[in-house]
Design a protein. Structure first.
Lengths: 988, 193
């Protein structure tokens, strides 16, 4: 039977809205406004998990995002989310959570035996223990370590929820909506600045929700609510709750909004989380500060918590986590926590302050509770919950006090993590006993506790000033701000980094189980810089990124190596400041939406005709068309090739890049980008061209047609369409701006189909009737024309990639599907066959045409048998560099045709070529196979390859060695053109 | 005679979710052309556009004209022209009217055009557009050539209602609709026919 630790009244929870939730299979009750942690504490459930290394019982330690202990798995099944901080989880009805890193339960964890091995598991344990034998590492040690390491587990199921991205722009981004942040937002918002307030919590107010102070005559929490209400009336202010800013980039901030994390299932169409990119002119970082724990023996027992967290649970959530509470402090603020707890109705058993002198006003805060000055807690007891503390007083006398809760307060560390993301570094202030950041990202100011302005009055004034300053930076006049009236409080602190006492472990990093002894051992073994300390001991490397442990750890190191904290320095925080799910970065771009998909106009008609599609960049292209009865791709492809070679086929070639080039100087322009001459191209003609990169290697090839005197249309390969466009724009804008040339991509405008085969002319005649004379006389090989049928413009090109009599016909893309269907209809009597990229590839290999496998960035025109196209009468890009010695070396691999000596053998792309009888060794390599296909016309496999001195080796028998697929066969080197070498068919 | 049916780019545009956060309509039958000033003819082109269409040729990322005909500045010496009168071969006649002053290239089928409005429009567009579309930074008449979810788009803010015209590459219409539906459904996407 659990006891209720909920106070009879008070807190900012809504007692009219009870909520049921489940933790480790047991049902509990809480209220709207609770966190999972506050609701568990209200139900007297302190112990929520086991520690990472030693599996020690651990309880809720904090009341915020710095929590090192209370990591739970939220929800179940596919929505299960490990390593969620119970202190930040907003309670919702039906919430299900479970503890981690323990089995079978946090109360009884079998792996607690690790504690017995404690002395062995100290810093550097892995490095020292698993050194030998080396061969064991990969097969034995690493798998074993991985099995026992890690926190929580993923479900392994697909995430059923969605994530999205969004962008926001503002004059001022306020990070954190505590007193300083709210004051900054009010000041800038009232001045008319566009303000975004990002608050990680689900309620605005920060420490205002945890203190009983009065501001402008109302309670601190009421003042926060009034401030929020006023901000809500300003149209230029946007409040993002549940939104953590995780990183600062150049002028931009990354933030994660937990849109639906406080609901069991996101509402329809709502994402679970939203990743924000916020572009802000100015930023006020008012992220507050984190209370530092104290390091003393036995300081990790459930029931030992940050003193300020106790105060938050009491004032904000109406929960007192224990019956008898002790406070152990080195700061005035610890006494304030005692005061607030007593005020809320909790019993303070004792206040222990390590300082010998404490101001009487401060001591008054503890009321009648016994006080020990110059004393410290030297030991604790209680396994699953704290039962006793041992106090060593200034005279060295010890006494035991029975308490179930101990609040610790070692002063405060400003939350400056993200202020250091652009390279700044914290610098230690002796005066403030804290790291401050003076080297801020451009446009950023610190305000409030983040600037070590500890008191409430300071935070409010400082925040208002920062907000007004930000507004004036963006040109908005400073408006007179009414002063905010708040009481002031003492904020003295005299930190002590390590208290000695019993031989129990004194933990520095609760989440990674790093102790003071580990820090000392690291220093003793020579790891004397903070960066080394971090990596050797794993201090601060857990999911909490050492928010409660870093300063204590480096201060203890400083003591060990006899340096000051300023000399020792701190590690630099890197983004993300809070963990961000990878899914949030991906946003909508998961699965098949990873990138945009481009569909051609014939896509649906092709799918209906049995097409299997293949990705070509962003495009989906028909790869082959399955006919009834076919169950093997090669069967379909062979049928398609035979149909084209004997009758007529249709292939969608819309994906090839198409660039309109206009102006009076296009001819000159093309002469300079192509290796061959285009200025002589007559209107109504098409020419094949090759362009080089500046370094002389082939960049791309394609045809360019001249539609009218000053209008050309260039085609590129599908993959290089963007690159060629960029190259041409560069050439025009940078190299030759004096030319009258205009260009624009028209790839999207035209749906284009290859109509290939001996009956292609008959098909087009049936389709076009008298609209265009396609006879050989009127429309010979390499002719082109633009004409209208009705009001629809059509383009016709007599080009051939297959080597057959062939045309390409183009229509505006909106008519593309209809044109595809019309071609199929017109060719029905001729036996027209749609064909895909595989058949296209087979036919171009049979014809010896080069494609992507040969235009691989390592070949020059001569290698591809295109050397004679290189004009010697003009200059063009790549000409000079293509004349380099190595690129004109006659021994370079050049394009050859290949066929197996044993015609039944299959050739494989990538197989290495060697002279017959040569041992396969790098020095003997003579080239490789670039493309292979089963040639239906030859009834055996054929290939293209790049072979050293290839032109002179036709007829030679060589060896193709394919170690990847255990192939080793003999090939005959032949001319790369396997069909119609004289070109009679394409000119027919 | 060959008679081909025309399929609009956004034939699959559909309503999704509850509410009327974003109202979308495909602008069909619009003639679209890329107009590029010939070398040294910018001033003469501006004069001709003014004279023939009574439109001030925009010299930056702005639009001029009306729904019936508009010139959108998309780059130095480059405009996207839209014409809503349904005139057959409008782009051909535009090319003739601007002959020797500009090169005119047909794009009517290269882009899908949407007219977007509704109270949640800017909030929804912010999920894809990485530029500030607020009235201060992007007042009515502004044009941007930018991208949404890795797809190139041209945006034109028609008015501060706000109404925004958007042009998307036709082949990506399906992917664009996926983005639009996923982003707008929570506020309600309504097709206004």
């Amino acid at each position: 039977m659990s006891i209720s630790r909920r106070l009879a009244s008070g807190g900012l929870i809504d007692r009219s809205k009870p909520i049921n939730f489940t933790f480790d299979g047991k049902t509990y009750g809480g209220y709207a406004g609770d966190t999972l942690a506050s609701a568990l504490l209200a139900n007297d459930t302190m112990l929520v998990g086991r520690s990472f290394k030693y599996h020690r019982p651990r309880g809720i330690f904090s009341a915020g995002p710095e929590e090192p202990n209370a990591l739970v798995t939220l929800r179940t099944g596919a929505r299960g989310e490990p390593n969620t901080k119970a202190t930040t989880v907003e309670l919702f009805d039906g919430l299900v959570a479970s503890s981690q890193n323990c089995w079978p339960s946090p109360n009884f964890d079998l792996r607690a035996v690790h504690q017995l091995a404690g002395p062995l598991l100290n810093a550097g344990f892995y490095y020292k223990t698993f050194m030998w034998p080396a061969a064991f590492w990969e097969k034995f040690y690493e798998p074993a370590i991985r099995r026992s390491a890690g926190l929580g587990a993923l479900s392994g199921l697909d995430d059923p929820d969605t994530y999205e991205r969004s962008h926001a722009f503002c004059d001022l981004l306020v990070i954190g909506a505590g007193p300083a942040g709210l004051a900054a937002a009010l000041a800038a918002g009232r001045a008319g600045a566009r303000v975004i307030v990002a608050e990680e919590d689900f309620v605005l107010g920060g420490r205002l929700l945890s203190d009983s102070a009065q501001i402008d005559g109302v309670s601190a929490a009421s003042w926060a609510a009034l401030a929020e209400a006023e901000l809500g009336t300003l149209p230029n202010v946007r409040i993002l709750k549940r939104t953590a800013v995780f990183g600062v980039y150049d002028g931009e901030y990354g933030a994660i909004e937990r849109v639906s994390d406080h609901l069991s299932v996101p509402p329809p169409f709502a994402p679970r989380q939203r990743l924000w990119k916020i572009v802000a002119q100015q930023c006020v970082l008012a992220a507050g500060a984190q209370e530092r724990p104290l390091v003393f023996p036995g300081n990790d027992r459930p029931g030992i918590m940050l003193a300020s967290a106790l105060r938050t649970y009491a004032n904000r959530f109406g929960v007192t986590p224990g019956q008898r509470i002790a406070i152990f402090t080195t700061s005035d603020d610890g006494w304030r926590s005692a005061f607030e707890l007593q005020k809320a109705g909790a019993e303070i058993a004792v206040v222990v302050d390590a300082r010998t002198e404490v101001a009487p006003d401060v001591r008054k805060l503890a009321g009648n509770a016994p006080q020990f000055l110059g004393a410290h807690v030297s030991d604790t007891s209680g396994y699953r919950r704290l039962t006793n503390i041992t106090i060593t007083d200034s005279a060295g006398q010890t006494r035991s006090v029975a308490v179930d809760t101990l609040g610790v307060s070692g002063g405060w560390s400003p939350s400056i993590g993200i202020a250091t993301h652009l390279g700044g570094k914290g610098s230690w202030s002796e005066e403030k006993s804290a790291f401050l950041c003076n080297d801020l990202p451009p446009g950023m100011q610190l305000a409030g506790a983040a600037a070590a302005q500890w008191t409430l009055t300071q935070a409010l004034e400082n925040g208002a000033l920062a907000g007004a300053k930000a507004a004036s930076h963006v040109g908005l006049g400073l408006q007179a701000q009414k002063p905010i009236l708040a009481g002031d409080e003492a904020s003295g602190n005299n930190p002590v980094w390590l208290f000695k006492g019993s031989r129990r472990k004194a933990f520095v990093d609760l989440q990674n189980d790093v102790t003071a002894t580990d820090v000392a051992l690291a220093a003793q073994e020579g790891f004397r810089s903070v960066e080394q300390l971090k990596r050797y001991t794993t201090l601060g490397m857990a999911t909490d990124q050492g928010k409660t442990s870093n300063v204590n750890g480096l201060a203890i190191l400083a003591g060990e190596i006899k340096k000051t904290i300023a000399e020792t320095g701190a590690t630099r925080a890197r983004p993300p400041y809070v963990p961000v799910a990878i899914g949030a970065f991906a946003g909508l771009h998961s699965g098949k939406h990873f990138k945009p998909t481009r569909l051609t106009a014939s896509h649906a008609a092709s799918a209906a005709a049995g097409a299997t599609f293949v990705e070509a960049g962003q495009w989906m292209r028909a790869q082959w068309f399955n006919a009834p009865g076919e169950n093997d791709w090669l069967q379909s492809v062979t049928r398609e090739v035979k149909a084209v070679r004997s009758s007529v086929g249709i292939c969608d070639v819309s994906t090839l890049g198409k660039i309109a080039l206009c102006g009076s100087d296009v001819g000159t322009f093309l002469d300079r980008v192509y290796i061959n001459t285009f200025s002589t191209l007559p209107v109504g003609k098409v020419r094949y061209g090759v362009m080089l990169r500046e370094d002389g290697f082939v960049m791309d090839d394609g045809t360019t047609g001249r539609l009218s005197a000053d209008h050309y249309v260039m085609t590129t390969t599908t993959v290089n369409a963007g690159k060629v466009m960029q190259h041409l724009e560069y050439c025009h804008q940078v190299l030759w701006p004096e030319l009258d040339v205009q260009m624009v991509s028209v790839t999207e405008q035209w749906a284009q189909y290859a109509v290939a085969g001996p009956k292609s002319r008959a098909l087009l005649q049936a389709l076009l009737g008298g609209a265009c004379d396609v006879s050989n006389e009127a429309f010979p090989y390499l002719a082109c024309a633009e004409f209208h049928v009705g009001n629809i413009p059509l383009r016709l090109f007599r080009v051939s990639f297959s080597g057959e009599l062939a045309y390409e016909i183009a229509a505006p893309a909106g008519y593309g599907e209809a044109l595809f269907n019309a071609l199929m209809q017109a060719g029905k009597a001729l036996g027209v066959t749609p064909y895909g990229t595989e058949a296209l590839s087979v036919m171009r290999i049979e014809k010896g045409h080069v494609a992507g496998s040969e235009l691989n960035g390592q070949t020059v025109a001569r290698d591809l048998g295109l050397g004679r196209m290189m004009s010697v009468k003009k200059d063009y890009i790549g000409r000079t560099m293509a004349a380099r010695e190595a690129l004109i070396d006659p021994d370079r691999p050049t394009l050859v045709g290949l066929r197996p000596v044993d015609r039944s053998q299959r050739l494989r792309n990538g197989a290495l070529l060697f002279a017959r009888g040569m041992t396969p060794a790098p020095d003997n390599n003579a080239g490789f196979i670039t493309s292979t296909a089963f040639s239906p016309g030859n009834n055996h496999w054929i290939g293209l390859g790049l072979l050293a001195c290839g032109l002179e080796r036709h007829g030679e028998i060589i060896r193709a060695w394919d170690p990847v697929r255990s192939g080793d066969l003999e090939l005959e080197v032949v001319d790369p053109v396997f069909v119609d070498a004289e070109g009679a068919r394409l000119r027919a | 005679m060959l008679d081909l049916a025309h399929i609009p780019a956004f034939a699959n545009l559909r309503s999704m979710g509850d509410g009327r956060g974003v109202i979308a309509r495909e602008r069909r039958g619009i003639a679209v052309a890329t107009v590029m000033a010939r070398k040294g003819q910018s001033a003469a082109l501006a004069a001709a556009v003014k004279e023939q269409f009574d439109i001030n040729l925009p010299l930056g990322p702005h639009g001029s004209g009306s729904d019936a005909m508009s010139f959108l500045g998309t780059g130095p010496g480059r405009w996207l022209v839209t014409h809503d009168a349904g005139t057959p071969r409008f782009v051909d006649s535009l090319a003739q009217q601007l002959d020797s002053l500009a090169s005119v290239v047909e794009q009517s089928d290269g882009v899908g055009l949407l007219r977007l409005s509704g109270p949640a429009l800017l909030e929804v567009l912010a999920k894809g557009v990485a530029i500030d579309l607020s009235a201060t930074a992007f007042p009515a008449g502004s044009v941007a050539v930018t991208q949404i979810a890795h797809m190139g788009v041209t945006l034109w803010k028609v008015d501060e209602a706000p109404t925004i015209h958007i042009a998307v590459a036709r082949s990506m219409a399906g992917s664009f609709l996926h983005w639009l539906e996923a982003s707008a459904a929570v506020a309600g996407l309504v097709v206004d026919s």
